[in-house]
Ligand binder design. Structure first.
Ligand code: NDP
Ligand code: KAL
Length: 257
């Protein structure tokens, strides 16, 4: 059994720039010989994504819009993939969003709209995407999403995103149960903090990273490459017995009290 993904096709959702975790996953899958399809939310990052994808020098790569708040965009995105590629073997869901004002202070200050927005983009979207992707995953396959420790425990400032990640992690388990009979596995990677665009503007991100360097069992922060390699394992047949799992790729930080 090998880690080669030659002859397999994967949809990568959530590349904003070269620091994105989704881009780390894309590089690992590309190196293993996979064909990749990229989706982006808005025109804001379209050019950035296209520029990055061009560096892969793979003429078979596709770049399509897919704002996950829009059912019709998810439908047309997967319809285009079906038309142009046919069968896919997996999806990397690397998408989350909450209003900035709800990512500081007390959790309970979130309003209904902000709560629903965070859950819509960061949790429900996995279910909507899994349902659309299933129709193209006729040879079975693997769906991988990204979560964070703040979905299991209270982490300062993570607030409504922590509640949304708890919903995402429960969704992974229910989807794994629904999709197992079709040979489709569903898992999450719980990544340690990585400096990405989403993490930008977070006041004490440096001190969060410092605490990990000092206390995590491996005494270092998590890299995009480490997450990419675990995703590669989850997309390959080496993980064929693993589904409904939340794998921590966080230098072991989650085991600490
Ligand atoms: P990025 O900012 O690089 O990526 C976030 C992505 O979410 C962007 O590509 C953005 O797309 C996408 N997105 C937001 N709204 C929508 C939408 N409506 N439809 C489609 N896509 C949307 O950050 P990360 O790489 O850090 O984040 C990827 C995932 O990793 C997230 O789920 C995050 O919670 C998770 N994670 C991150 C950690 C970290 O420390 N960085 C730690 C643990 C988990 P666009 O740019 O086109 O708007
Ligand atoms: C405790 C941590 C510190 C940070 C607190 C909250 C982080 C929440 C993540 C969430 C995805 C961030 C946002 O939604 C930011 C958004 O309001 C503004 N940013 C944007 O619009 C940019 C331009 C786009 C690209 O971003 C998105 N998301 O679309 C958590 C740290 C230690 C770990 C992290 C960063 C976890 C995580 O889930 O990302």
């Amino acid at each position: 059994m090998q880690l080669s993904l030659q002859g397999k096709t994967y949809v990568i959702m959530g590349v904003a720039n070269k620091r994105s975790i989704a881009w780390g996953i894309a590089r690992a899958l590309h190196a293993a010989g996979a064909r990749l399809i990229f989706t982006y939310a808005g025109e804001r990052f379209e050019n950035e994504v296209k520029k990055l994808v061009a560096t892969l020098e793979d003429e078979t790569a596709l770049v399509l819009p897919c704002d996950v708040t829009k059912d019709e965009e998810i439908a047309s995105c997967f319809a285009q993939i079906k038309e142009q590629v046919g069968v896919i073997h997996g999806v990397a869901h690397c998408i989350a969003f909450a209003n900035k004002e709800h990512l500081e202070g007390e959790y309970m200050n979130v309003d209904r709209e902000g709560f629903l927005l965070a859950h819509n983009i960061s949790a429900y979207s996995l279910t909507a995407v899994a349902k659309a992707a299933k129709e193209l995953m006729t040879e079975g396959g693997s769906i991988v999403t990204l979560t964070y420790l703040g979905g299991e425990r209270v982490v300062q400032n993570y607030n409504v995103m922590g509640v949304a990640k708890a919903s995402l992690e429960a969704s992974v388990k229910y989807l794994a149960n629904d999709l197992g009979k079709y040979g489709i596995r569903v898992n999450a990677i719980s990544a340690g903090p990585i400096r990405t665009l989403s993490a930008k503007g977070v006041g004490d991100f440096n001190s969060i990273l410092k605490e990990i360097e000092e206390r995590a069992p491996l005494r270092r922060t998590t890299t995009q490459e480490e997450v990419g390699d675990t995703a590669l394992f989850l997309f390959s047949d080496l993980s064929r017995g693993v589904t409904g799992e939340i794998i921590h790729v966080d230098s072991g930080y989650h085991i600490l009290a």
